[in-house]
Design a protein around this ligand. Structure first.
Ligand SMILES: Nc1ncnc2c1ncn2[C@@H]1O[C@H](COP(=O)(O)OP(=O)(O)OP(=O)(O)O)[C@@H](O)[C@H]1O
Ligand SMILES: [Mg+2]
Length: 443
């Protein structure tokens, strides 16, 4: 049950209780009033009858008094008069005003009707009883008036209660409206939208809540920025380390191997015998092999072109090289035009995805065609690499290649989705764009 319904129900119950108490109090008062009025009506009727008989005594022949009495009387309010002749027992009533139309429900009449009031006044003329006058209280008109009053009062009370309930429902709704805003804001936070704020609220009870939600969003935003910065530092540091190793391999190993080859060549030239010359030639061949391995290592550790040339060129060169070396598989690169130049960590990651993805397609997929798409949305770098090979077998676990790719992407705050079935494999990578790359575009 909503808070609003609950508040309304409590208030309505209170209203109904109040109306009930009011009705019970009114009923009690009405019952007493009606009884008093009826009693007074009967009393008035009695006075009237006595006075009328008094004036008739002497003025009318005694044996005519009973016959003329009903004509001389008029019924007062709230009482009925009946004249009963002692001789023949007939009952005659004086003419009264026409009965008004009285409307009231029977249950109400039963609730407020007073005890019946009846009085018999014997008529004695010349010392002889001639009959009697029957006076009964008649509360009907009073009951009908009381019903009208009561009904109007109840209608007024119910209308007021209804109006009050409407006003309260409206006020509660207005007061609780910001709760909806706060809930929406919190679910925005859960979805990762940390930027919008609720702002100050006019409701003093809810304002601190809104303030705290806004503070929470700020703190989260700050924490996320910190985390992103740290992740980038980790990736950048690892890249820097690789670069240092690559530099050492290049600067230290390279010249040594070159010197070794030159010396081996010199030894072969100056060898005193064929066996020494052959050994020298072999040393030169081994040195040549080591420097080939060294070059591959260097390229793996740090693709030299990344960061030096625009990313589309680096990726294009790599794909051209693949197409040359593996003519039975068609590699196709689609790069959106006008891309910004990413920061170096992102560029290196995109290059690594291409490198590992194409290598996997060649090694495991037996693919005939591999397509790589690169584009950006307002907040991300997006790369999809799909092949038409046999797909990743369900029992296969991710090896160093895919795990390393995922780790690197996650460290930069992005994500990697891998879909694979019998028709091929599809890697979808999404990397957040840095503030710095948003405005720069490649020339
Ligand atoms: N494009 C693909 N098509 C079919 N199978 C794939 C594909 N990519 C990966 N796999 C399967 O997933 C496994 C894990 O791939 P991953 O790149 O992580 O490791 P690897 O290629 O076996 O080894 P590494 O990359 O460390 O040299 C692979 O051994 C292969 O069975
Ligand atoms: Mg691999």
């Amino acid at each position: 049950m909503t808070l609003r319904t609950r508040i309304l129900l409590v208030i309505l119950a209170m209203q109904l209780l109040l109306i009930g108490v009011l009705a019970a109090g009114s009923l009690d008062r009405l019952r007493r009033d009606i009884a008093t009025e009826t009693r007074m009506g009967a009393q008035t009727a009695r006075d009237l009858v006595l006075a009328t008989i008094g004036t008739m005594q002497g003025a009318v022949p005694p044996d005519r008094i009973m016959a003329l009495l009903p004509e001389r009387l008029t019924e007062p309010h709230h009482a009925r008069i009946g004249v009963v002749d002692g001789l023949d027992g007939t009952l005659r009533q004086p003419p009264g005003p026409p009965d008004p139309v009285l409307r009231r429900p029977d249950w109400f009449a039963a609730l407020v009707a007073p005890d019946p009031q009846e009085m018999r006044l014997p008529v004695v003329v010349g010392g002889r009883p001639r009959g009697y006058v029957l006076i009964t209280g008649d509360p009907a008109a009073e009951i009908a008036r009381a019903w009208r009053d009561m009904r109007d009062l109840m209608i007024l009370a119910l209308a007021t209660a209804g109006l009050q309930a409407l006003l309260i429902a409206w006020a509660v709704r207005q007061a609780l409206r910001p709760v909806g805003t706060i809930a929406t804001r919190l679910s925005d936070l859960i979805r990762g939208d940390l930027e919008t704020r609720i702002g100050p609220l006019p409701q003093p009870e809810l304002a601190p809540l809104a303030r705290h939600v806004d503070r929470l969003a700020e703190t989260l935003e700050q924490a996320q920025a910190d985390r992103r910065r740290l992740q980038q530092q980790i990736v950048a540091r690892a890249d820097a380390e690789r670069m240092a190793i690559a530099r050492d391999l290049h600067d230290e190993m390279g010249p040594c191997l070159f010197g070794l080859r030159v010396e081996a060549d010199a030894l072969r030239e100056a060898a005193p015998d064929a066996a020494t010359a052959q050994s020298a030639a072999q040393i030169a061949a081994i040195a040549e092999q080591i420097s080939r391995v060294n070059r591959t290592l260097l390229n793996d550790l740090r693709p030299m072109a990344v960061g030096q040339l625009p990313l589309p060129t680096v990726l294009g060169d790599y794909v051209d090289d693949l197409n040359r070396r593996f003519p039975e598989t068609r590699f196709q690169l689609e790069v959106a035009s006008g891309l910004p130049e990413p920061d170096e960590a992102t560029a290196l990651t995109l290059f690594r995805i291409l490198q590992e993805g194409t290598t996997n397609a060649l090694r495991h997929a037996a693919a005939r065609s591999v397509t790589i798409r690169l584009w950006t949305d307002p907040a991300h770098w997006r790369m999809i690499l799909s092949d038409d090979g046999q797909g990743i077998a369900p029992d296969r676990r991710e090896g160093t290649g895919l795990t390393g790719m995922r780790e690197r992407i996650t460290l930069l705050g992005g994500n990697l989705a891998i879909q694979s079935d019998g028709a091929g494999t599809r890697l979808q990578a999404r990397l957040p764009r840095q503030q710095t790359d948003r405005n720069r575009t490649t020339k």
